[in-house]
Design a protein around this ligand. Structure first.
Ligand code: 5MM
Length: 341
C-alpha cells in the first residue's frame, strides 16, 4: 500500500530537519558550476550532487528531503548506486521539481507564468516509479511599483493548484512554492510592500487550492519570507521574523502541516537567523523549516571547487550549514556558533 500523503509530509517536516533544494535546472546549475570555474557536464553535475547527497552527517541529521531535477533523479553515483537510493539510505525523502520553468505571460509585460501542466499526470506516475514521494512547482511573482497584476497572481495560483491536485492523485506530496521575488528588478521595494503582496498571493493560492480540492494536510508550503527588496534598506532580523509570521498567520490555514522557506537570495547567515527567530519567538500551528537552495549550497560549492580531493571539505561545509539550519528549525541557532565553526 502506498504511504499516506500526511505521513510523507510529516517526514518532510520532521523536527530539526529541512529540505535541500538541489533542483537547479540545466541553465541554473551551469551558472553555479561556472562560478567556481567548472564546466557544466552531465558528469560534473552528477559529481557535485553526489558530493552533497553522500554527506552522511548532514544528510542523516539535518536533511528531511531533497528536491531533484529530472536529470538527477535518473543518475547513478560513481559506484553505480542510484542517487535516489543514496538519498533514501540517509533517511531523507527524494522529491522532484516538475515545473518546466517560468515563461513570459502573454499579455502581461514583465510577468511570468510557470509552465508544465500538460502531460504532468503521466510524468508524475513515472517519477513515483523512480522513487519520488514529493514534488515541487515554483510560481514567481515580481514586485515593482505597478506589479504584480491580479491577472498574473491569479493565473500562477491556479497553475499551482492544478499541479497540487495532480500530485495528490499520484500519491505525491506537492510543495507549493509561490515566490514573491526579493531580487526581481528593480528590487527596491520595502518590507511592507513585500508583506502586502505576499499576503495577497497566499490568500489567492489558498483559495485556488480549496477550489481545486487539494488536501491541505497532504501538502507543504514553500513561501518567501517577508523581507525588503535586495536593493532597499535592510529591515532588522527581528522585523523580518515578526512580519513573516504575522503574514503567514493571516493567510495559511492551520491544517497545513509544514512551511519550508526558500532563501531567495538572502545571505546564508541571514536565512538561518530569520528562521531561528521565528521558531524561538512565536507560537505557530505549523512546523517552520527550510527548503534552501543557495543558502545551503553556496559554501559547499565553493569548498568543493570541482576537485575530487575536496569532496570531504565540501561535505564539511554542507554539514555546517545544514547543522546551523537544523538548529534554526528548532529556534536554537546562535551567532556564536558560526564564529566557533
Ligand atoms: C535550486 O533552485 C530551484 C530551481 O531554480 P531554477 O528552476 O530557476 O533552475 C529553485 O526553485 C529553488 O528550489 C528555490 O528558489 C529555493 O532556492 P533558494 O536558493 O531561493 O533557497
Amino acid at each position: 500500500m502506498s504511504e499516506r500523503l500526511e505521513d510523507i509530509a510529516a517526514r518532510m517536516t520532521a523536527t530539526g530537519k529541512g529540505i535541500l533544494a538541489a533542483d537547479e535546472s540545466t541553465g541554473t546549475i551551469k551558472k553555479r558550476l561556472n562560478s567556481i570555474g567548472v564546466e557544466s557536464t552531465e558528469e560534473t553535475r552528477r559529481d557535485y550532487r553526489e558530493m552533497l547527497f553522500s554527506a552522511q552527517e548532514a544528510m542523516t541529521n539535518h536533511i528531511s528531503g531533497v528536491i531533484l531535477y529530472d536529470e538527477t533523479i535518473r543518475q547513478k553515483a560513481k559506484d553505480g548506486t542510484s542517487l535516489v537510493e543514496v538519498i533514501a539510505s540517509s533517511g531523507a525523502v527524494p522529491g522532484i521539481k516538475v515545473d518546466k520553468g517560468a515563461k513570459p505571460l502573454a499579455g502581461f509585460p514583465d510577468e511570468k507564468i510557470t509552465e508544465g501542466l500538460d502531460g504532468l499526470r503521466e510524468r508524475l506516475d513515472e517519477y513515483y516509479r523512480l522513487g519520488a514521494r514529493f514534488a515541487k512547482w515554483r510560481g514567481v511573482i515580481a514586485i515593482s511599483d505597478d506589479l504584480p497584476t491580479w491577472g498574473a497572481v491569479k493565473q500562477n495560483a491556479q497553475a499551482l493548484a492544478r499541479y497540487a491536485a495532480l500530485c495528490q492523485e499520484a500519491g505525491i506530496v506537492p510543495i507549493v512554492e509561490p515566490e514573491v521575488l526579493m531580487d526581481g528588478a528593480p528590487g527596491d521595494h520595502s518590507i511592507d510592500r513585500c508583506y502586502t503582496i505576499t499576503e495577497w498571493v497566499l490568500k489567492t493560492v489558498f483559495q485556488e487550492l480549496y477550489d481545486a480540492r487539494v488536501s491541505l494536510e497532504g501538502m507543504v508550503l514553500k513561501p518567501n519570507m517577508v523581507i525588503d527588496g535586495k536593493n532597499a534598506r535592510k529591515a532588522s532580523r527581528e522585523e523580518v521574523a515578526e512580519k513573516t509570521v504575522r503574514c503567514l498567520k493571516a493567510t495559511v490555514p492551520a491544517a497545513v502541516p509544514g512551511i519550508a522557506f526558500l532563501s531567495g537570495g538572502q545571505s546564508d547567515e541571514e536565512a538561518t537567523a530569520h528562521l531561528s527567530l521565528m521558531n524561538a519567538g512565536y507560537d505557530v500551528p505549523w512546523t517552520l523549516t527550510f527548503s534552501y537552495g543557495r543558502a545551503l549550497q553556496a559554501a559547499a560549492l565553493k569548498a568543493w571547487g570541482g576537485k575530487q580531493e575536496n569532496v570531504a571539505a565540501g561535505q564539511r561545509a554542507f554539514a555546517h550549514r545544514a547543522k546551523m539550519n537544523g538548529l534554526a528549525a528548532r529556534g536554537d541557532w546562535k551567532e556564536e556558533l558560526e564564529k566557533a565553526a
